[in-house]
Design a protein around this ligand. Structure first.
Ligand code: 2HG
Ligand code: ZN
Length: 480
């Protein structure tokens, strides 16, 4: 016999719109497979009104709700808590319509479940692009990107996801729909509500649609891979590149030799075209919006300066789209390689640029001293000081001891971030993984503001509980 809760969701959403607990396993597990949970079921509404219906039904039956996009997050924000026996996952995957593209205003109105790469393909047909690029673009959905305020490789130039959002449509925890999906950059008619939901990780409501800022599609793209002796030398290239090319420089990604060792070990089909693996490998990309602004002179200048000043010892320039994709594949395989390697501790942090190199060397030294048998793999977005300071045991034999040292290793990284005036959560959000950590670093005032916001918009506390704001039993409310 069908359970009454299943029956209620089936009546609301139809057979295609509700998966019972037995079919929910994939939705209960995060990408890193850290904490598989067993949701009560998965709601897959196909319209904003149906999302509102799901929110109301959950309230009626006292169920918690975890909105889920492409489930590519790394901080446990899109799957329910293992202990939550009354958790429903709300998948946005069927809300996947591109409502309209405004070629004159250069905006797109899009539903939350549209996958980033599909949106890029649709925009490309109008010679436009969304300036948001990240490795998980084949799965990541627009609603999730907004909810986590994703950063990616172009953030130093084009901003994070919140900077690309002009308007939003949101189903609130009350079941009301906020129809704020306007297409204006300049929209100061009150509190900036759209900002509130960017990076809220589904704790204040469910984003169902958005209007996003587009840019002209690049007319010319040039991609370089450079072998650098140190991180400082890579930073010299980036500073020089920004002076020479200005906003034509669109990406500056760095990889440590450890990251490339992981790629060679676990994704052996991915080739490194440079003869020797350098201490730091730098991937630079330049984009020109117009045939009137060619890139060749700027790129040539940067390569020559890098070699003449010994900032780089070797380099390649992509000569075809295929080669360009291969260079990006090298960079984007680091995450998958480290996952295949096994156990890891991830730290998505940022520090001011002038302190970046010292931060990395000081932290590396402290980590090595605390636990020598580990792989220290700092990589990321060099122009905005965002480092993924990821750690793994050197081999499977070291796993148990490495995990036993996890608290100490995490503390070394996060203490150094604070010491260097950085952020403990740069572009992946807090999820449940970093809530306790973030809560400790908040002063009384900030903690109160966060709680007041959460409680006034979601008074029952059922929207993605345990994410961003700790539930009171998780962290004692110590005065800060
Ligand atoms: C990237 O920059 C992503 O590739 C993932 O933000 C980082 O694996 C990671 O920790
Ligand atoms: Zn990143």
């Amino acid at each position: 016999m069908t359970h009454p809760i299943d029956q209620a969701f089936l009546s609301l959403l139809g057979a295609n719109g509700w998966l019972t607990s037995d079919d929910a396993a994939q939705y209960g597990e995060d990408w890193l497979k850290k904490e598989p949970s067993k949701p009560l079921g998965v709601a897959r509404p196909g319209t904003t009104e149906a999302v509102a219906g799901v929110v109301r039904l959950c309230a009626e039956h006292n169920l918690s709700l975890t909105p889920q996009g492409g489930n590519t997050g790394l901080v446990l924000a899109s799957t329910p808590r293992q202990t939550d026996a009354r958790a429903v996952v709300l998948s946005l995957e069927r809300l996947n319509d591109i409502r309209s593209i405004d070629v004159v205003g250069q905006t797109v109105s899009v539903e939350a479940g549209v996958v980033l790469n599909s949106l890029q393909e649709a925009c490309a047909q109008h010679q436009l692009t969304l300036p948001m690029h990240l490795g998980s673009g084949g799965s990541a959905q627009i609603g999730g990107l907004i909810s986590t305020n994703a950063g990616g490789t172009h953030a130093f130039r084009d901003g994070m996801m919140a900077d690309l959002v002009f308007g939003l449509e949101v189903v609130l925890p009350s079941g009301d729909v906020w129809r704020g999906n306007r297409a204006m950059l300049k929209d100061n008619a009150g509190y900036p509500l759209r900002r509130l939901f960017c990076g809220a990780e589904g704790t204040l409501g469910v984003i169902t649609a958005a209007t996003l800022k587009l840019k002209p599609r690049p007319h010319q793209t040039e991609t370089l891979l450079l072998a650098c002796p140190t991180l400082e030398s890579a930073q010299h290239i980036v500073s020089h590149g920004r002076r020479i090319a200005g906003a034509l420089l669109s990406a500056a990604e760095f990889m440590d030799e450890t990251g490339l060792y992981l790629v060679a070990s676990h994704c052996s089909h991915v080739a490194n075209p440079l003869e020797k693996v350098a201490k730091i490998t730098l991937l630079l990309e330049f984009e020109s919006p117009s045939s009137q602004i060619p890139l060749d002179d700027a790129v040539q200048n940067i390569v020559t300066s890098a070699l003449e000043n010994d900032w780089a010892t070797d380099g390649v320039q992509a000569s075809s789209e295929q080669q360009r994709n291969d260079l990006w594949e090298l960079r984007e395989s680091i995450t998958e390689s480290q996952r295949r390697h096994g156990v890891q501790l991830k730290h998505d942090v940022s520090v001011p640029l002038q302190a970046l190199s010292e931060f990395i060397s000081v932290t590396t030294e402290r980590l090595q001293e605390a636990f020598p048998a580990q792989l220290i793999n700092p990589f990321g977005h060099l122009a905005d000081g965002n480092v993924h300071f990821n750690l793994s045991p050197a081999s499977t034999q070291d796993e148990t001891e490495f995990l036993a040292a996890a608290d100490q290793l995490n503390a070394i990284v996060y203490d150094a971030v604070v010491e260097f005036n950085g952020s403990i959560a740069a572009e992946h959000g807090l999820g449940r993984s970093k809530v306790t950590l973030a809560d400790r670093s908040r002063d009384r005032c900030e903690r109160l503001l966060m709680k007041t916001l959460k409680n006034s918009i979601d008074p029952r506390g059922t929207m993605n509980p345990g994410v961003i704001v700790a539930t009171t039993d998780e962290v004692p409310d110590v005065p800060g």
